[in-house]
Write a protein that binds this ligand. Structure first.
Ligand code: SF4
Length: 353
């Protein structure tokens, strides 16, 4: 076994916000399996500084599903990869406000509105903005939106309407992006994140591990996110979907997924690092170990795939000795927690259509 770095010194440097070289990032991604627990412990030291032992749980739901005109190779919502083409229906203002009302009734923190589109049409934007204004008038709740590519004017409208945080992932490195998507560019995505930030919204921006990218590509992605200083980093692991061009791709190993999470944590030490889609099928029996570098998980499934049940995830978090902070939870899940430990929870309800 080659000599391994002193992971605790990596943790100390990450805590000071120091840079990591490309070769150090490669050491993280290629750490020997015998080094996995020391590496995870070092990442945990960094995570603990900002988030203690708390795990945020969030639930995703679509406000507008499928029929997306873009061709992202991993996505079954693309009309070029199995999803029907044409306009899919958008949620109404009333149903979004109703979702917020339910969220507020259970002391929600955040409502997440997600659509499958290249970018919001002016009609979609009207609905989201009107709903946001209504919700902000009535409820003390944070609003997040994931609506595709933005222009400066659209970003300003969202911010002015009360959207607190905007999600838009870079997905992969600039170098690898055109192997995954041809209908828009990596620069388009970076531009949207910058516009969201410039408008005053917080930014949620991450990517997908396992698209066939090299380790260098993954490192480039993490460097780009670090440079953008995003507030929240969702880390997805490819779960190859039938009908997509990535359907036959092999999943990554649980060990590699964990080392990748450590890389995200060392380079984005204070960001909300969230284990997102593909957790269950890529990490499998190692899922609880992801809580050491990451401080947040999604539960109840993802935009196009199923996931663990809230009860299973709550059990896993408790068994691993972490505390739960509810950041996006449906009533069923809140009930599950109440039954589990009988205490009130800070939750937010996702938009459902
Ligand atoms: S990832 Fe988003 S933009 Fe790409 S096809 Fe899927 S829904 Fe459309």
């Amino acid at each position: 076994m080659a000599a391994q770095p002193d992971w605790n010194s990596f943790a100390q440097r990450a805590l000071k916000g120091e840079d990591f070289s490309r070769s150090e990032c490669l050491q993280i991604l290629n750490a020997d399996d015998d080094e996995l627990l020391p590496l995870l412990h070092a990442a945990f030291l960094v995570r603990r500084e900002s988030f203690g032992r708390t795990v945020h749980i969030q639930v995703l739901a679509n406000a507008k599903v499928g029929a997306c005109p873009e061709d992202c190779g991993f996505c079954s919502q693309s009309s070029k990869q199995g999803s029907p083409s044409g306009e899919s229906p958008m949620d109404t203002v009333e149903s979004l406000v109703e979702a917020a009302s339910q969220a507020a009734a259970i002391s929600a923190k955040r409502l997440c509105m997600v659509t499958a589109t290249r970018g919001p049409s002016s009609k979609d934007l009207d609905v989201i903005c009107e709903a946001a204004r209504e919700i902000k008038k009535k409820y003390d709740i944070e609003l997040c939106a994931s609506l595709g590519l933005l222009t400066e004017a659209k970003a300003k409208r969202l911010a002015e309407a009360g959207i607190d945080r905007f999600n838009h992932n870079l997905e992969t490195s600039q170098n690898y992006f055109d192997k995954v998507v041809s209908t828009h560019s990596w620069a388009d995505r970076v531009n949207t994140v910058k516009l969201a930030k410039a408008s005053g919204m917080e930014t949620c921006c991450g990517g997908i591990v396992g698209l066939g990218e090299s380790e260098e590509d993954l490192i480039d992605l993490v460097f780009a996110l670090r440079e953008l200083k995003v507030d929240s980093v969702p880390v997805n692991f490819l779960d190859p979907r039938p009908g997509t061009v990535m359907a036959g791709r092999e999943r990554i190993s649980p060990q590699y997924a964990l080392r990748a999470l450590c890389l995200f944590r060392f380079l984005c030490p204070t960001a909300d690092v969230r284990v997102a889609g593909g957790r269950e099928v890529n990490l499998r029996s190692m899922q609880a170990l992801a809580l050491f570098p990451a401080n947040s998980i999604f539960t109840s499934g993802y935009l196009t795939t199923d996931g663990n049940t809230p009860t299973d995830d709550i059990q896993m978090i408790r068994d691993a000795g972490f505390d739960i902070e509810f950041d996006g939870v449906e009533p069923d899940m809140q009930r599950a927690v109440m039954e589990t430990e009988g205490k009130s929870a800070r939750v937010s309800l996702p938009v459902t259509n």
